[in-house]
Design a protein around this ligand. Structure first.
Ligand code: SF4
Length: 224
């Protein structure tokens, strides 16, 4: 959907203002995970479920030095993958997902990470969050990456009233121009991490500490 196609609604106006404020504050609209190829990014995002980016970045250099591409990962012994990724938690399931995804990439996608969200979500362990991150970072396709920080912040701000990642993604897609989607979701992620944190959103001590306080409904936040 191009900029002209966005219908002016109270929500689209609000999102435009939030984007205008937050995007310049968090200009590093790139994944915090370390990677050199789309395959490495895909694997890193799979490993990041229920785990910090820092912890994932600590294990991936070893993982990718042994299994740098889909072909080598597909042939890897699952126990070997497990022993490397164990610190990221849920390592049995994650190792299986990496192995099965690599096999599917080899058999269905000619060894290349698929380029569309629809194809990516057919891989085990790959949901819309991962798919949006991969298409935006690797292929330049606008993505809305709804992780826990984006979801919490979107609910508090009144962007969406249900903690449903797909609904939040579609709501943002419908109300912002495509060209702003990726930067918006990265900025909302950083804002959620550093300002609108789960336990202590900065507005609890002083409204002035949140740059978008004037646009926020502060839903579920104490001291309203
Ligand atoms: S005003 Fe509070 S709840 Fe709203 S975005 Fe800012 S920190 Fe979060």
């Amino acid at each position: 959907m191009e900029m002209d196609a966005i219908e002016k609604s109270p929500l689209s106006i609000k999102l435009a203002k939030i984007h205008e404020i937050l995007a310049p504050l968090w200009p590093d609209a790139v994944p915090l995970l370390h990677y050199r190829t789309c395959f490495e990014l895909l694997c890193s995002v799979v490993l990041s479920a229920q785990c910090t980016d820092e912890q994932v970045n600590a294990v991936t250099p070893v993982l990718f030095s042994r299994f740098p591409d889909a072909e080598s990962m597909a042939e890897a012994d699952i126990a070997q993958i497990e022993s490397i990724i164990r610190p990221t938690g849920f390592y049995h399931a994650k190792a299986r997902h990496l192995s099965e995804s690599a096999k599917l990439i080899m058999s269905r996608f000619n060894g290349q990470v698929p380029q569309t969200i629809e194809e990516l979500v057919t891989l085990p362990g790959v949901g819309r969050k991962t798919a949006n991150l991969v298409v935006s970072a690797c292929f330049g396709t606008p993505g809305v990456i709804v992780d826990t920080h984006v979801m919490r912040t979107a609910i508090r701000m009144g962007i969406c009233d249900k903690p449903d990642p797909e609904l939040i993604e579609m709501t943002i897609r419908k109300n912002l121009p495509e060209s702003q989607l990726t930067a918006f979701s990265h900025a909302l992620n950083r804002h959620g991490k550093h300002v609108c944190s789960a336990r202590k959103p900065l507005c609890l001590t002083d409204l002035q500490r949140c740059p978008v306080a004037g646009l926020c409904e502060r839903i579920g936040v104490a001291n309203r």
